[in-house]
Write a protein that binds this ligand. Sequence first.
Ligand SMILES: NC(=O)c1ccc[n+]([C@@H]2O[C@H](COP(=O)([O-])OP(=O)(O)OC[C@H]3O[C@@H](n4cnc5c(N)ncnc54)[C@H](OP(=O)(O)O)[C@@H]3O)[C@@H](O)[C@H]2O)c1
Length: 501
Amino acid sequence: MKAVIANEFGLPDTLQIKETPSPIPAADEVLINVKACGVNFPDVLIIQNKYQFKPTLPFSPGGEVSGEVAAIGEKIKHLKVGDRVVALCGWGGFAEQVVTKANRVFPMPPRMDFINGAGTLYTYGTSYHALKDRAQLKSGETLLVLGAAGGVGLAAVELGKVMGATVIAAASSSDKLVACKEKGADFTINYSIEDLRARIKEITSDKGVDVVYDPIGGPLAEAALRSIAWKGRYLVVGFASGNIPSFPANLPLLKGCSIVGVFWGSFAEREPKQSLQNFGELLGWINAGKLKQHIHKIYSLEEGPKALRDLMDRKVMGKAIIKVGNWTEAPPKPVPPSPKESIEPEKAAGLPTVIKLSEIKKYIGQSLGVSNWLTLTQEMINDFANATGDHQWIHVDVEKAKTLMPDGKTIAHGYLTMSLAAKFFFDMLVIEGSTTSINYGLNKARFPLAVKVGSRIRMHGSILNVEDMPGGGVKLFMECKMELEGEEKPAYIGELITALY
Ligand SMILES: NC(=O)c1ccc[n+]([C@@H]2O[C@H](COP(=O)([O-])OP(=O)(O)OC[C@H]3O[C@@H](n4cnc5c(N)ncnc54)[C@H](OP(=O)(O)O)[C@@H]3O)[C@@H](O)[C@H]2O)c1
């Protein structure tokens, strides 16, 4: 395969385009045919051996890719060859193929294309975590974004607006500030020619800003901290300027403010549930057209070193993307309505749909799409038998099933299949504004097909009805249809009733 290779640590012009052997996935890894690779600041640092992760030479830069699964290790159950995916591989993405751990690979949302897929997780993931989890930015507050036309900066501008803040975008040129205005910035500051502190005073009528988003460090950092409002939050996101600032400790004392660190990669590893919830919320906004990545330029694989050089030279606005190979992509198909008696053909699973509890009635009659696949193992069947005391041989006696069942396999309890509806429900749907959800009941259950051990199963869901409940909650009626891989008929159809408060 072709790849951009670092044989030594150095600047982008030391990189070479080379033929190199395809990587082979280990048991817990996935091999991806790369379609596109996002260019991010850590790529510039990693080739110079200045990043916290230090791959051994030779290696390819490129930490964020979109593509198709080419091969999977023997332990991988939730992905298959041909799946469209996005992945945070760390490095190796400036290449025709990359191998990475399966827990860093995610199904690509159905309506996302490869170019946008390669440039979404890192920028929006970082900036949303920073603003939501670290700064706890509130609607009506004022947000200052430094380096506002860069990758994470422009994402912070868009997210700040979506979250209801007044956004002040600060960058080094008027072209960059035009891009920030297009993404909704309320005010702009050109810090190459304007005094940052004086302009912030003027814009905020001396009050200062509630949140500073700083991905660049350097001399602007202290000026920004001195411009923060009482109880403000200063987000330390990165040091693109190459200079790590130091602050006099009297500043946070006098301002009653916090200096808050942001390390999105570590957050995603340590708090995977919260990170997935964030992605679900982001996807909801992307699908609703509220967030749209600004693609600066699409480079070929051969132009990979130039893309890195442009990023270092502060020429890139939003995202630079490497397109690997000469492919074209059909526009995404509209999502078909859920048929009543059969399972629709392949529809790639995505991240959860995000719905506000207060707006849930708007979704009555709408499909929620499809969950990820799950493989039903004998261990799960045995655990269910132990929990319920139902040890019929057809479920648990593997040896007897080998001789007596037509295809030699045990089958899962019907109620086990049915009980998975709740798990799939939480995979598919994030309800904002809900603090409690109670599985209230199941209606009209039917089991058209038996589920054999080892089958892959997933759920299609749609909202049938929403009824008000006493105490301000709602009763959600969701149609659940369990699909078995390779089968036209569903394994189970029923209505899941969930009380939400
Ligand atoms: N903490 C985390 O979890 C996390 C996650 C992602 C990224 N980061 C960090 O955030 C920073 C920005 O990443 P990015 O991918 O958004 O990079 P980017 O697209 O290159 O944006 C960086 C911006 O910084 C400004 N800048 C100022 N001095 C610079 C210099 N000497 N060289 C390059 N840019 C300079 C530029 O804007 P102007 O020309 O307008 O000044 C540029 O647009 C990096 O330090 C990265 O490591 C941190």
